[in-house]
Write a protein that binds this ligand. Structure first.
Ligand code: MN
Length: 246
């Protein structure tokens, strides 16, 4: 299973996709722009266990905000959305106001159409992401991907009912390990965030959920089998929420 993967951006995307179809029960392919969603749906679409969703990545919003209307239209016809969100890190500060406009419009649209499941980027922007969600009750279900906020922010997000997707690369730092310990265990699913996320210089692959289970088992002081069952159970629930939004 993989709940956040840029399958279309691996150098050998067709081959990686074919393997993901075989090896995973479920792969969520998040696209980074409305046009990428359309193109990727044509090239990699048609597999029952690969969910392809429209998004507008905060790191490219400054180039692509003109595609917002297209994204809002696409959201009407899908059950899940991503990758969307806010990035408050220094590199993308310059586009923060436009990012916020785009993200607010996306969340408002999700609420308008009865709720969607969203894979959300929140690097150095957790408070603002949560504020936008708070302003739009009925937006659906938020899955915060590769959460890197503070422990206090994790608690706030968790208390609001957010889900979390986490992959092997998140355990590379001490702060990532500390956060992993505190994730709400009934709302955690595996992700790769490949090919961007890397471990030991290699892109994390979509079939890395067993590695994530091992890392979580260590963080939670449980057996790997217990964590695998837990992740499977959570994954089924989240896929159920996606289907309900259909
Ligand atoms: Mn991503």
């Amino acid at each position: 299973m993989d709940f956040h993967c840029h399958l279309d951006l691996y150098p050998n995307a067709r081959e990686v996709c074919a393997q993901a179809v075989e090896r995973n029960t479920f792969t969520w392919l998040v696209t980074t722009s409305p046009r990428a969603f359309t193109a990727t749906s044509k090239v990699l679409g048609g597999h029952a266990n690969v969910l392809i969703t429209p998004g507008l990545h905060p790191e490219i919003v400054h180039d692509r905000f003109a595609e917002l209307a297209n994204l809002l239209e696409q959201i009407k016809h899908v059950s899940a959305v991503g990758e969307v969100g806010l990035d408050g890190s220094r590199r993308f500060r310059h586009s923060y106001e436009i990012q916020r406009e785009v993200f607010t419009a996306v969340i408002a649209q999700c609420a308008n159409v009865g709720g969607r499941v969203l894979s959300i980027h929140s690097r150095q922007a957790v408070r603002d992401v949560l504020a936008v969600l708070d302003d739009h009750p009925g937006f659906g279900t938020a899955v915060l991907h590769w959460f890197t906020g503070s422990l206090a922010e994790l608690k706030v997000a968790s208390d609001k009912g957010c889900w979390f997707s986490i992959g092997p690369a998140a355990f590379s730092s001490a702060s990532g390990k500390a956060l992993a310990k505190k994730l709400p265990r009934d709302r955690v699913v595996p992700e790769s965030d490949g090919p961007f996320a890397q471990v030991n210089g290699a892109a994390v692959m979509p079939w890395s959920s067993d590695d994530t289970a091992e890392l979580l088992a260590h963080a939670w002081d449980l057996s790997v089998d217990e964590v695998k069952l837990n992740l499977e159970f959570n994954s089924r629930r989240l896929i159920g929420l996606i289907h309900t939004a259909d």
